[in-house]
Design a protein. Structure first.
Length: 178
């Protein structure tokens, strides 16, 4: 599948396309990798059935928009970006991303995909604000989010209990200035 019109970063070499049911096996594989799952607050293993339920209850209902991050030269999907809990009353949503292919990390794909998704959310979905939650010790992700325009808004001590211990969370956000 090809890039959505206007959602390609030619310099970095990625584009976004809508996720489809055909991407399920890849999403499940990626989300179950320790290297991906360790950065999520929700730690349960994914199954094909749980992901298909996500599609039917969240994406099909408009509560979530999820896209695949693809390399421009090969069209290979390398990760996914999404906004969840889309709130049409307050014009906001929670942002999330993961790079599933190990050899696609460290190339700037995450920051570029974030910028494209921010553009999509502000221009197409007419959202005013995006926010995200990130583990406070995930400095690489925080730097990537900052490169995309997110700013730190709060530090939440012992906010989540994951794998038998409390973890600190940084809340970050970006507001549509237009």
């Amino acid at each position: 599948m090809s890039a959505m019109n206007g959602y390609e970063d030619k310099q970095v070499g990625i584009y976004l396309r809508y996720m489809t049911i055909e991407d399920t096996d890849l999403i499940v594989e990626w989300r179950n990798k320790d290297s991906v799952r360790k950065n999520f607050i929700y730690q349960a293993l994914f199954t094909k059935e749980s992901h298909e339920n996500w599609i039917h209850t969240m994406i099909d209902t408009g509560k979530v928009v999820q896209m695949m991050i693809c390399e421009s030269d090969t069209a290979r999907a390398v990760g996914s970006v999404y906004v969840r809990d889309i709130d049409p009353v307050h014009h906001k949503a929670e942002y999330g991303i993961f790079i599933g292919e190990d050899n696609a990390r460290g190339k700037g794909y995450g920051s570029a995909a974030a910028k494209l998704m921010i553009k999509y959310c502000f221009e197409e979905k007419k959202l005013h604000r995006l926010f995200l939650r990130v583990y406070a010790d995930n400095t690489q992700a925080i730097r990537s989010y900052e490169k995309a325009g997110f700013v730190k808004e709060a530090y939440l001590h012992d906010d989540v209990f994951v794998n038998g211990r409390f973890r600190d969370i940084v809340l970050m956000g970006i507001v549509n200035a237009n």
